[in-house]
Write a protein that binds this ligand. Structure first.
Ligand SMILES: Cc1cc2nc3c(=O)[nH]c(=O)nc-3n(C[C@H](O)[C@H](O)[C@H](O)COP(=O)(O)O)c2cc1C
Length: 188
């Protein structure tokens, strides 16, 4: 029952306050990720847990730099906004990575492993009263080899997602969900 409550209450939070997240809470959330479903056929899932403010600042700068030079007009436009912060000022960012793979099926399974881990972390954070968000754009920071070195990320791994969490003043409920969503079909 409590799990369903966390599922219902989870939403993407994009503003965080200055209250630090204690180490035990960080550990609980990351370990919830590490307990997720996942196929060993795609190798391991790795967690780079960043709560050092200087390194978070470097991560943001690196991601924005990659976006600015991406050649993708939408990414260039978003990142040219000085107020844009791809991790929304969260005090903790967990980079979820998987072993690099050549085979598309293995790549898909690795991404699914990362997504399962990420969702577990979002639900754990929600259960503990924290805001959280599943993010793709900050993974771009690791196209920059220097950023990989800063967090000691091996060349053999592929960053798949960044999960951010922290205390928030955003208490608005999740946007309304339809009662009978048209994307669910029951075959009785
Ligand atoms: C694979 C994936 C990538 C995402 N990337 C981003 C992102 O880069 N930036 C962002 O603000 N939100 C990102 N999100 C969050 C989605 O925008 C959000 O989950 C969606 O709008 C639904 O809102 P909700 O999480 O509040 O239910 C991502 C979510 C997923 C699952």
């Amino acid at each position: 029952m409590e799990t369903l409550k966390a599922i219902t209450n989870r939403k993407s939070v994009r503003s965080y306050n200055n209250t630090p997240v204690d180490k035990d809470t960080i550990r609980t959330i990351v370990e919830a990720g590490n307990m997720a479903a996942g196929t060993p056929m795609a190798g391991k899932v790795y967690y780079t847990v960043i709560s050092n403010q200087d390194i978070l600042t470097q991560l943001v700068a690196s991601a924005k730099g990659v976006m600015q030079n991406s050649g993708n007009p939408m990414l260039e436009k978003i990142s040219s906004n000085p107020a844009f912060n791809p991790i929304y000022g969260a005090p903790v960012a967990v980079v979820i990575s998987t072993d690099k793979a050549e085979d598309p099926n293995t790549q898909a399974m690795a991404r699914a492993n990362a997504a399962c881990a990420g969702e577990n972390m979002l639900l754990a954070a929600t259960d503990l009263g924290l805001g959280s968000c599943y993010l793709e754009s900050p993974t771009l920071a690791f196209y920059n080899p220097e950023m990989r070195q800063v967090v000691k990320m091996a060349e053999t791994v592929q960053p798949q997602a960044v999960i951010v969490f922290g205390h928030t003043d955003d208490t608005t409920p999740h946007a309304d969900r339809p009662e009978n969503p048209d994307n669910i079909i029951y075959i009785d």
